[in-house]
Every structure is written in structure tokens, then in C-alpha cells.
Design a binder for this molecule. Structure first.
Ligand code: AMP
Length: 212
């Protein structure tokens, strides 16, 4: 199976698709989750990261790259990079690491979405510590019981950065920093664009076709 790099605006559905790919044996490497873990640990670095994330800013390239590098070294299963690279600098660092680790079997998937649609998704999004994700604005994504995870029964929470202000900044950051990354992979003939508003199962089928 080919490795996957997801580049997409926030709330485009990378997390949802990653969960489906995990069922096929993929290892999910999400920089946002790794950074949130660091914040939870209450370390000095975690506190710095928390301040940046709450404002919707981007964490320093080298910090995020080190997290990715630790994961990719010694990894023998196919992987999904979710949320990395988010800048040209990160794309270059990743290329060097791929060379070093002799990884060239990968495709880049871009989930395309407008700010309006993504904002609606973000404001309705609820997540669980078990990794499950719900959305109160979409019938098929609502939890069966208000505020409770269908899978494990834990209380669902809204991410601190899923508010209108942070979200708009995150979206703008995406346009500023990540669109050049999309062009970068287009030049390498690695880019596949999928409409993020399609039914989630159709998106999964399209992704599977790309990864064959
Ligand atoms: P996500 O869960 O992918 O939406 O990421 C949440 C937040 O984590 C982002 O808004 C950034 O503050 C930070 N973050 C995640 N991935 C990266 C990255 N590759 N580079 C810099 N900051 C990141």
C-alpha cells in the first residue's frame, strides 16, 4: 500500500478519512494530535505550543519536524501524514527525510473545501479522547446521545481552537503557508484533488483507488 500525505484546510475531513484508512492497516501520524499530547503533558514546550495553537498560529517548523522524524524512523507499516507538511520549509525537510529513509512510495491527497463550509463543520465538531469525531450540524455525524461518544461513552468536547476567530486565522494560515505545498506536489506529479463535500464513503473509495 502506498503512503499518504493529506494536505487540506482545517475541517476538510482529513481526520475522518484517516480513521477509515487506519482500518486498512495504516499508521496515522497527525501532527495536531501530537502537539495536543505535548500540551497535555504541561511541559514548558507544551505551554508555548498551547499559546500558539489557541491563537490558530503555526508551530515552529523544526519542532513539528522532530516529532514527525521520531515517528517515521523505524516505521515499517504504510503511514498517513495528516497535517504535515504545512509549509514549503516542512515539505523540503520531509523530502530530505524521505531520501534518507528511502521512502518514495507515496501520494498526496488534497481535500478541497470553501471557508464557509469548513467553518460550519468546525463550529459543530465534537471530539472524544478515544479519537472519534462527531458533528452536530450533520445528521449522519451526530452522536446518538447528546454530548456522549457512541463508541466509548466518554463526554465529547469541543476543541479549544474550533471557535470562529481561531478558525478563520487557521484557514488564512492554510492559504498562506500550505497552498504553496499543494503546488510543490503538483510539480512532482504527486497531487490528487478530491472535493471534500462529497459523501465520506465516496471520498474513501476515491482515495483507495489512488492508493492501489
Ligand atoms: P490540526 O489538528 O491538524 O487542525 O492542527 C491543529 C493546530 O496544530 C494547528 O492549527 C497548528 O497550530 C498546529 N499544527 C499542526 N500541524 C502543524 C504543522 N505541520 N506545522 C505547524 N503547526 C502545526
Amino acid at each position: 500500500m502506498k503512503n499518504v500525505i493529506f494536505i487540506a484546510p482545517p475541517a476538510a475531513g482529513k481526520g475522518t478519512q484517516s480513521i477509515k484508512l487506519k482500518e486498512m492497516g495504516y499508521i496515522h501520524i497527525a501532527t495536531g494530535d501530537m502537539l495536543r499530547e505535548e500540551v497535555k503533558s504541561q511541559s514548558e514546550l507544551g505551554k508555548e505550543i498551547d499559546a500558539i495553537m489557541q491563537k490558530g498560529g503555526l508551530v515552529n517548523d523544526e519542532i513539528v519536524f522532530e516529532l514527525i522524524k521520531k515517528k517515521l524512523i523505524n516505521l515499517h507499516s504504510p503511514f498517513i501524514l495528516d497535517g504535515f507538511p504545512r509549509s514549503l520549509k516542512q515539505a523540503n525537510l520531509l523530502d530530505e527525510l524521505f531520501k534518507e529513509l528511502e521512502i518514495n512510495n507515496y501520494e498526496v491527497i488534497y481535500l478541497d473545501i470553501t471557508l464557509e463550509e469548513a467553518l460550519k463543520r468546525a463550529l459543530g465538531r465534537l471530539t472524544c479522547s478515544c479519537g472519534a469525531s462527531y458533528n452536530i450540524y450533520f445528521k449522519e455525524l451526530m452522536p446518538k446521545v447528546d454530548g456522549i461518544c457512541d463508541k466509548c461513552g466518554n463526554v465529547l468536547v469541543q476543541r479549544k481552537d474550533d471557535n470562529e476567530n481561531s478558525f478563520k486565522i487557521r484557514f488564512e494560515n492554510f492559504l498562506d503557508s500550505t497552498l504553496p505545498v499543494r503546488e510543490y506536489y503538483q510539480h512532482k506529479n504527486k497531487l490528487h484533488v478530491i472535493d471534500a463535500t462529497l459523501d465520506t464513503n465516496i471520498i474513501t473509495d476515491k482515495i483507495k483507488e489512488i492508493l492501489k
